[in-house]
Ligand binder design. Structure first.
Ligand code: HPA
Ligand code: ZN
Length: 336
């Protein structure tokens, strides 16, 4: 089987995808028209040309601006369904999807519009594409913990349909310790916990996320590699890292894809996975991310990444077993 068919055919879960980051320029313009929102770009091409970043904050500024076209439950439904269709075409059979409610409620869009729209889109995706999905509510770390509590309170009626909470946005200067109480409150409500850590922030932010926020997964985690004791701990605890190679390239977390540490992470025994992060902004969905790092890896490594994506998911144990068996069945008869 050729490499591309192998990558697409491997059953995969996606564990690090921001739904607002899947807003393609074409849809951004279509929603701007539908909702009567003025965009500060003349064309799809001009917008795409602006997607040139040297660090996380450059991207975030455009990402929050782009999200302003999202107004109605239909917009959120269309966004979720478009992502799911694209992910399913890449062989994604399960997705755990971040959303940033504070980005929307701060503009006067009710939490109910965001949640109901996204849930309707994901339900339609299951019907049409057979892909299962869960939502993860991310707190914006550049805002206060009080603001995060307000988001958690607003989410209360939907918590049975939300798998967990996360922490995203500007990392440096906003350490995990800022959110200890709200993560504890989320844990008391039976929510799973994840946090972006070690994308631009130091290894100590990864430690804080583990020790103070009691996270189940580390989102990114690249800079943990600077701290051998931390690497040993992450490996020993089989902590899942949701790594995003094209994001790392476009945000200059790595200088070149050939320098990407994904192979090193696997060799160190870390439970790394490959994900798209913000595919509309970083030039690719999940299969593009696998393709980008495939020259650095063996086929066995690609299988490990796919297996890890299910092992690190929040699916029930029986579902994980079934998906891992499907990964093994797919590779049977292939010379790895
Ligand atoms: N890092 C932090 N915040 C984000 C990201 C990211 O990669 N994508 C969307 N919000
Ligand atoms: Zn992210």
């Amino acid at each position: 089987m050729d490499l591309d068919a192998f990558i697409v055919g491997l059953p995969k879960a996606e564990l690090h995808i921001h739904i607002e980051g899947s807003l393609e320029p074409e849809m951004m313009f279509a929603l701007a028209r539908r909702n009567g929102v003025a965009l500060p770009f003349a064309s799809v091409e001009a917008l795409r040309a602006a997607y040139s970043f040297t660090r996380l904050q450059d991207f975030l500024d455009l990402y929050y601006q782009g999200a302003e076209v999202l107004r109605t439950d239909e917009d959120f439904r269309d966004l979720a369904l478009a992502y799911a269709a694209r992910a399913a075409a890449d062989g994604v059979v399960h997705a755990e999807v971040f959303f940033d409610p504070q980005t929307h409620t701060a503009r006067g869009i009710p939490f109910s519009v965001v949640a109901e729209g996204l849930l309707a889109g994901l339900a339609a995706a299951r019907e049409r594409h057979g892909l299962t999905a869960r939502l993860i509510l991310c707190f914006l770390r550049h805002l206060s913990e009080e603001d995060a509590f307000a988001a958690l309170r607003a989410a209360e009626p939907w918590l049975d349909r939300i798998a967990g909470v996360g922490l995203d946005s500007s990392e440096v200067g906003h350490p995990p310790e800022k959110f200890v109480r709200v993560f504890a409150a989320a844990g008391e409500r039976g929510l799973r916990r994840v946090a972006h850590a070690g994308e631009e922030g130091p290894p100590d932010y990864v430690r804080q996320a583990l020790d103070l926020l009691h996270i189940d997964r580390v989102d990114h985690g690249n800079r943990a590699l600077e701290d051998p004791a931390l690497v040993d701990r992450l490996a020993r605890e089989a902590m899942t890292l949701t790594v995003c190679p094209l994001s790392n390239l476009r945000l200059c977390v790595v200088d070149a894809i050939a320098d990407h540490p994904i192979g090193r992470m696997l060799k160190l025994g870390l439970r790394a996975t490959v994900n798209s992060d913000d595919p509309a902004y970083f030039g690719g969905y999940v299969a593009d991310n696998y393709r980008a790092v495939a020259p650095l890896l063996s086929r066995e490594d690609l299988v490990t990444l796919a297996r890890n994506s299910f092992l690190g998911s929040f699916l029930p144990a029986a579902e994980i077993t079934r998906h891992v068996a499907a990964v093994e069945a797919f590779t049977e008869g292939e010379r790895l």
